[in-house]
Design a protein. Sequence first.
Length: 383
Amino acid sequence: MSGHRKDWTNILFLCLSPVAGIVGTIYYASRFGVQWWEPALCLTLFFAIGLSIGSGYHRYFSHRAYECHPAVEWIMLFFGAMALQNSVLQWARDHREHHRFVDTDRDPYNINRGGFWAHMLWIFYKEGPDRNFDTVPDLTRNPRVMWQHRWSRAIGIGFGLGFPALVGALFGRPLGGLLWGGFLRIVLVHHTTFFINSLAHMWGKRPYTTENSARDNWFLAFFTHGEGFHNFHHAFPSDFRNGIRWYHWDPNKWLIQSFRATRLARNLRVTPPPVVENAKLRIAAATTEERLARIPSGMADDLRARAEHARRRMDETLRLWKEADARHSELKAARRAGQRPPSQAVREMKLRMRACERSFRATRQEWQAALERFRDAPAGQSL
Ligand SMILES: [Zn+2]
Ligand SMILES: [Zn+2]
């Protein structure tokens, strides 16, 4: 939680960096032109640092959505520090509180205090004196995290500004490097991250949960390496993915999958598909309640009966899926323990789980088709 004392370092930096990054870069480009490596440097650092925030600060350190090699930790800690968004210790603690107390006074970037508060105003205040890191013992035990906590600002300024200036110097334009790869990139990474706390709690759909203000927004996802699928993320925060379909733009998900492919990460946490489908169906069913009041009673009864049928079918399939999943885990554990379970049994379990997943999707589609029929029906008319 923020205290009442203003943090003038943060205020000045957050107000002046856009002047240097946007106005300064435009002025420099208009006077001296643009060389190809300047936008390339900006974009490369935007991805390297933005992905370290998304895959590292957020999905790994805040949510423990997977396990990874210490070398990966180091890289993400180093590049993450260059974002100048606090140390991971502070970032992850604040973010865990955001999830735990979302939309309340104890949420550091509570959207109910206004979009601008959630976006960046909350950073304008110093922390209260009672703030500490007691709530994140897993992070305080990690020596790499504690090292980064000590040095994150120095890395952010020294390397975050020094490295692009050095690259610029190699091309004979240190100021060009500093503006494009330093200040403009800082502003872009800052505000795309901040958009998740502001716009992704205001603008978009809520297909998985309506218990909080988080929204799914593919447009924001495009600029935030996939973090814009924020409604799914708040519903299932420990999932390593935010965009769950293969076509959802989620470079953080792809990066983590590439870590797994190269054995740098393991135990990627995935929400079972039936659990996701179940959440979606429940939201679809709940949102029809308001519509039921507006349509003739015969139609409303029919829709209610369909909803009840879908819900029962979903519950039954979820039960069957859980049974099959538990049996599948037992067989896998037995195999790890050196026993050889009959491969026929493993195959059968997998087939049963897949059949349940198909049934889930069919139930949801059946339910959505029914909704379509009722959606446009004017009050007072029968089908
Ligand atoms: Zn959120
Ligand atoms: Zn999160």
